[in-house]
Write a protein that binds this ligand. Structure first.
Ligand code: GDP
Ligand code: MG
Length: 176
């Protein structure tokens, strides 16, 4: 969308989850349709934006990415402030990244808006041969916690668009 055009809504969405699960590449895919195999930590950039149309309204998604602050409790409250949506990301090939999800969820719920829209995201679905977390386990967890769930591949561009669209449409329903 060209600069200077009218934006009806700005929605802040945060990416959280362990280091190396693919948060920055999910964002690169969504914001710029790019992917890189050797991703370096983006320094000095707090968020990226993309403007979409939802229900004939122009919605600017402001997506925040952690820059190496994934250590437990190192993400500051400023990061969560004002967030209306969150992608809670784990790597389907790293069991530990899924086992840490309850902690991330607790931290998120402790800091964010009480109506925050949350999507559990199992990334790297292209690495099916190395899968360490079953789709069923993740689905069951998401249902129990009443949050959305999708498996994605930032590499193959699978479900990345769908994840953000779902979260943003749901935020739109609540806040428009
Ligand atoms: P972050 O620390 O959570 O931001 O993770 P990065 O986005 O930096 O990704 C960590 C590593 O995983 C990088 O080498 C990425 O190229 C790789 N990666 C990210 N997403 C995918 C994916 O969907 N599939 C595969 N195979 N690798 C991915
Ligand atoms: Mg990163």
């Amino acid at each position: 969308m060209a600069g200077g055009e009218k934006v009806d809504y700005v929605f802040k969405v945060v990416l959280i989850g362990d280091s190396a699960v693919g948060k920055s590449q999910i964002l690169a895919r969504f914001a710029r349709n790019e992917f890189s195999l050797d991703s370096k930590a983006t320094i000095g950039v707090e968020f990226q934006t993309r403007t979409l149309v939802i229900d004939h309204k122009s919605v600017k998604a402001q997506i925040w990415d952690t820059a190496g602050q994934e250590r437990y409790r190192a993400v500051t409250s400023a990061y969560y402030r004002g967030a209306l949506g969150a992608l809670l990301v784990y790597d389907i090939t790293k069991r530990q990244s899924f086992d840490h999800i309850p902690r991330w969820l607790e931290e998120l719920r402790g800091h964010a808006d009480k109506n925050i829209v949350i999507m559990l995201v199992g990334n790297k679905s292209d690495l099916e041969d190395e899968r360490a977390v079953s789709t069923e386990d993740a689905k069951e967890f998401a249902e129990k916690e009443n949050i959305f769930f999708l498996e994605t591949s930032a590499m193959q561009a699978t479900n990345v668009e769908n994840s953000f669209q779902t979260v943003l449409s749901e935020i739109f329903k609540i806040h428009s």
